[in-house]
Design a protein around this ligand. Structure first.
Ligand code: SF4
Length: 279
């Protein structure tokens, strides 16, 4: 059955992830083997493909053999890890996204203004930990409920994890306004994320079914699914085309498709083909 399938304009890797993957591939071609400190993206297939090209994931610097260059990922890497890599005399390939570096600059500036730092973001996420590591003390807040437990504070400075949903941020900021008379918020949600979110909102409202492609281990993909599902309950997140189910498309004429920022865009074609095959 030929359905009307609309693919979001922004699909596949965001510019930061694409840049990091290109750097990793170039380094592997040059050095034969390179170490990646943690996974470059939260996507098992991409990690596996890179592994085949000589990019191997390590959990700590201690395990990286001398002479093997190390890639620091797009999410950003804490200064202590930089220091340790230099101490070990490792060749560092810095793939930190320039937009993440801007968040680091912003949070340090806010600290220099003498503010209590709040990072709106996911607990235990590498990007958030990287931002927190730029300053002496930072409080991570993931929801408006968490913000309610903040004490009254004279000066608060806020930065935001690059992939946060603006509506969640607005709710948190509204609570923070009740906790201080001096609030400085730097909107550090990155442009690629904002554009992707806007397109997904539109597609979710204009189509009967919405498909988001991406691993459930990717926080940004899960957030995009939540965002789409709030508008359209017939939203499904799949890792790839094999997870599509015929019953989702019964009597359905219009489908919107998008992906997380860590999903390779080549997965989209197979998804579109399979959706068209369903009766
Ligand atoms: S989501 Fe935005 S800030 Fe994060 S790596 Fe991608 S482009 Fe950079």
């Amino acid at each position: 059955m030929k359905r009307q399938i609309t693919i979001s304009m922004n699909i596949g890797f965001c510019s930061g992830v694409r840049r990091a993957i290109e750097k990793a591939q170039t380094a592997a071609a040059q050095f034969g083997k390179v170490a990646m400190l943690g996974e470059i993206v939260h996507n098992e297939k991409v990690v596996q493909q890179l592994e085949e090209k000589g990019v191997h994931v390590y959990r700590s610097l201690a395990k990286i053999e001398k002479g093997t260059p190390v890639i620091f990922r797009s999410h950003g890497t804490p200064p202590a890890v930089w220091k340790e890599a230099r101490r070990r005399d490792l060749t560092i390939i810095d793939a930190t996204c320039p937009l993440v570096k801007k968040i680091h600059d912003a949070v340090r500036e806010l600290e220099n203004e003498g503010r209590q730092i709040v990072i709106i973001g996911d607990h235990n996420h590498e990007e958030v930990e990287g931002i927190a590591s730029q300053v002496r003390a930072a409080k991570v807040i993931a929801s408006a409920d968490e913000a309610k437990s903040m004490p009254m504070t004279s000066k608060i400075g806020v930065v935001i994890q690059s992939t946060q949903d603006i509506f969640n941020v607005k709710e948190i900021v509204a609570v923070l306004l009740t906790k201080t008379n001096d609030l400085h918020v730097v909107n550090t949600i990155c442009k690629p994320t904002r554009e992707r979110q806007e397109q997904i909102r539109r597609l979710a409202s204009e189509n009967e079914v919405m498909i988001i492609i991406g691993s459930t281990s990717s926080a940004n993909t899960n957030r995009l699914t939540t965002l789409a599902r709030a508008i359209n309950p017939n939203t499904y997140q799949i890792a790839d085309s094999t997870e599509l189910q015929a019953e989702w498309f019964k009597n359905v004429q219009t489908v919107g498709v998008s992906t997380g920022a860590s999903t390779p865009d080549e997965l989209v074609e197979a998804v579109v083909e399979k959706i068209n095959e369903f009766p």
